[in-house]
Each structure stands twice: as structure tokens, then as C-alpha cells.
Ligand binder design. Structure first.
Ligand code: FPP
Length: 255
């Protein structure tokens, strides 16, 4: 598998890529436009990168579209983002079906306006038999809220005598997260140049390789996506072991 500048090893395409799509506002400001125009441009990037991920054989693509904290943005921006997500999903559903892409959602959907939630849920239902790329949108998502909810559920089961607290393991936590059944991300890309996780997949990203890309999300394209994957492919994933141990044994699954 080749691109102009970054040849990729097709046998080591990350199975799950998570993306913090940052920089829409700064992109807009840099060309003298309104912040919401940055989000409009960002939707085009979502389409582009979904197509690239699908073509490259990525199995899961999780996009941080709207965090719990984003509810605190000015009302007009929140409304514009919800409207954009809704319109984009309505417009893209036929293509998602045609391209065998399955939509999934993580986040507190109860806070999402009814019409937007219904449209998202319809797309989830309409694409449920797709077997290609799993496109997961994190909307109204907070990793700490997610982990807290998992702890509450396990605590309630323990209080009811249905599980033994001392037997709770990491798998039980994982199974009670919104990402239950989804493998942990292999690669996390953040655009816009900042180096932080911003409450995104904190538990799941324990051993995820992180690539920070300076381009703003609207300028992120297939070449930069491939460059990030090539960067990932150059790294050695040690999972706390030594380099010698890792090269002596086959890589852990999912890498
Ligand atoms: C961060 O940029 C971006 C967001 C908060 C929203 C991202 C959402 C989209 C691109 C639309 C998603 C649509 C679909 C269909 C998934 P920012 O506003 O924080 O930028 P800044 O850091 O430059 O201010």
C-alpha cells in the first residue's frame, strides 16, 4: 500500500483510530470567517477521513464530535453544531449504507435535542447491517462521566449482592463503558496542535499511540491521515514490557 510520501504496511493498519477534531474555530479566524463556518468546513473533513479510513481498511473510527463540556459554549454555536450534525447525518446516510459503513454513538444522547437524536438513531438503525467500517460518533461525551456511570453500576450490583467487589476486574469496567465490545484505540490523532486528551476515552487510551497534528481539522486531509498512520507504524508498542521482550514474542493482538 503506497501513498506519494508515506508507504504504509497494509498488515499493520490500526484497527481502531480515534480522532479529536480540533481547530475549527482557529481555522475560521485565520481566514476571517465565523466559528460556525469552521464547523461547516469540519464536516467536509469528516466525510473525507471516513472515506479514507474505509478505503485503508480501518475497522473502527471514533470521532469526538461534541463533548459534555461543549454544552457550555454560546447557545448559537451549540445550536449550529447540533444542526450541522443532524443535516450531515441525514445527507450522508445513503452513502454510509452504500459504502458498508455502520454508525455507532457514544455519549449522553438524552441531552441531545429530540430531532437530532431521532435522526442519529435512525442512521444507526439504517446502517446496522453494514459490515465495513464502524464509524462511532462521540456526542455529548465525557470519559469521566462514562467511568463514573460504570462505577455506579458496578457498585449497585455489589450492594445488591450480585457481584463480589473483590472480584471486579478491568474487564468488568470495560464492559460497563459506552464502548463495551469495541477494541481500545490503537492510534489517537489530535488536530490543532494541542497535546491533551480533553476527557476523551481516558480508560480506553491507556496504551494508545498518540499523534498530535498541527493542522486545523478543516485542513486535515488524506495525506496527513496517512502520515499519522505511518508515524504509528514506526512505533514499537511495548505495553510496559522491554523492547527485547516485545521483539522476542509476537505482538499482542489488536496491534
Ligand atoms: C473543535 O474545534 C471542534 C468541535 C467542538 C466540533 C467538531 C464537530 C464537527 C467537525 C462536526 C461533526 C459532524 C459530524 C457529522 C460528525 P474548536 O471549535 O474547539 O476549535 P478551536 O479550538 O480552534 O476553537
Amino acid at each position: 500500500m503506497t501513498t506519494d510520501n508515506y508507504p504504509l504496511d497494509p498488515s499493520r493498519i490500526p484497527s481502531h483510530i480515534a480522532i479529536i477534531m480540533d481547530g475549527n474555530g482557529r481555522w475560521a479566524r485565520s481566514c476571517g470567517r465565523e466559528r460556525t463556518e469552521g464547523h461547516v468546513a469540519g464536516v467536509n473533513t469528516v466525510r473525507r477521513i471516513t472515506e479514507s479510513a474505509s478505503r485503508l481498511g480501518v475497522k473502527y473510527l471514533t470521532l469526538y464530535a461534541f463533548s459534555t463540556e461543549n454544552w457550555g459554549r454560546p447557545r448559537a454555536e451549540v445550536d449550529a453544531l447540533m444542526h450541522l450534525i443532524s443535516m450531515a447525518i441525514e445527507r450522508e446516510t445513503p452513502d454510509l449504507i452504500r459504502n458498508n459503513v455502520r454508525l455507532g454513538l457514544i455519549g449522553d444522547m438524552q441531552r441531545v435535542p429530540d430531532d437530532v437524536r431521532r435522526r442519529l438513531e435512525k442512521c444507526v438503525a439504517d446502517t446496522s447491517s453494514s459490515t465495513g467500517l464502524n464509524l462511532i460518533l462521540a456526542i455529548s461525551y465525557s470519559s469521566r462521566v462514562e467511568i463514573t456511570a460504570a462505577c455506579r453500576r458496578l457498585a449497585a450490583l455489589a450492594a445488591a449482592g450480585r457481584i463480589d467487589p473483590s472480584a471486579i476486574g478491568e474487564d468488568d469496567i470495560s464492559a460497563n463503558l459506552m464502548t463495551a465490545g469495541i477494541p481500545d484505540p490503537d492510534l489517537l490523532i489530535r488536530t490543532g496542535g494541542d497535546s491533551r486528551l480533553s476527557n476523551f476515552l481516558l480508560w480506553q487510551a491507556a496504551y494508545t499511540e498518540i499523534v498530535i497534528e498541527h493542522a486545523f481539522w478543516p485542513d486535515f486531509d488524506e495525506a496527513l491521515f496517512v502520515k499519522a498512520i505511518a508515524d504509528y507504524q514506526r512505533r514499537e508498542r511495548r505495553y510496559g514490557l522491554t523492547s527485547e521482550q516485545v521483539s522476542d514474542s509476537s505482538e499482542p493482538s489488536g496491534t
